[in-house]
Design a protein around this ligand. Sequence first.
Ligand SMILES: [Zn+2]
Length: 253
Amino acid sequence: MTAIALFALLGLAVGSFLNVCCDRLPLRQSIISPPSHCGLCGKKLKVVDLVPIFSYLWLRGHCRYCGARIPLRLPLLEVGTALLFALLCWHYGLGPQLPMALIYACIFLVVFVIDLEHGLILDIVVYPGMVLALIFSFFWPELGWPGLGVLSALLGGAIGFGLMLVPYLVSGGGMGGGDVKLAGLIGLAIGFPYVLIALLTAIITAGVLAIALVASRRRSRKQTIPFGPFLAAAAMVALVWGHPIANWVIGIF
Ligand SMILES: [Zn+2]
């Protein structure tokens, strides 16, 4: 219990860093320097302004210096990261998989936010993620089909990439190439057969949401919604619950 609380706190701090990544990576800025500053007045933020969540609540969501509204995404991502870190600590315990799962969570959270806000899936996030996933697969042989080991990751990557390549080629650019690479990364990370669960979950949830948005007239039929956030979220679901979901699906048939 103490460990879960500690990892939630770690998640708050890491979430604060992920916010910096989400702000700067799409603009091709360094995530290390300059230090955090207000997005509007540019004033350098002090340590007291940077305490996750508490600064936001204390300042009531406004910049201390110019009064500009602080985007709600900042506290949301901090809390989201904290909850995800707590969940992963609870799920994996303090085993060797935990640090790898935490890093996957960070990658998929950044992909989720940047695609939602900019409609972009950045190579600078996906490519290093692929390299890490390939390395991790040597240390996490249980992930994926029993006995396949590293092959499960390679197979998963090929299947993810290949399955998304088809709609990409058919749509003639209607779907972004970033989604194809992201599906490859997800396959490498969570392996075969869980990549299939992730893809299926993403397609079903995106479809349901798209129908709901069109039906409620919040979106026209021609407006597209980015698919990356669904893929990223589904990847985390399949990472944690892939095994029971697979058993459940097999049970149905
Ligand atoms: Zn300001």
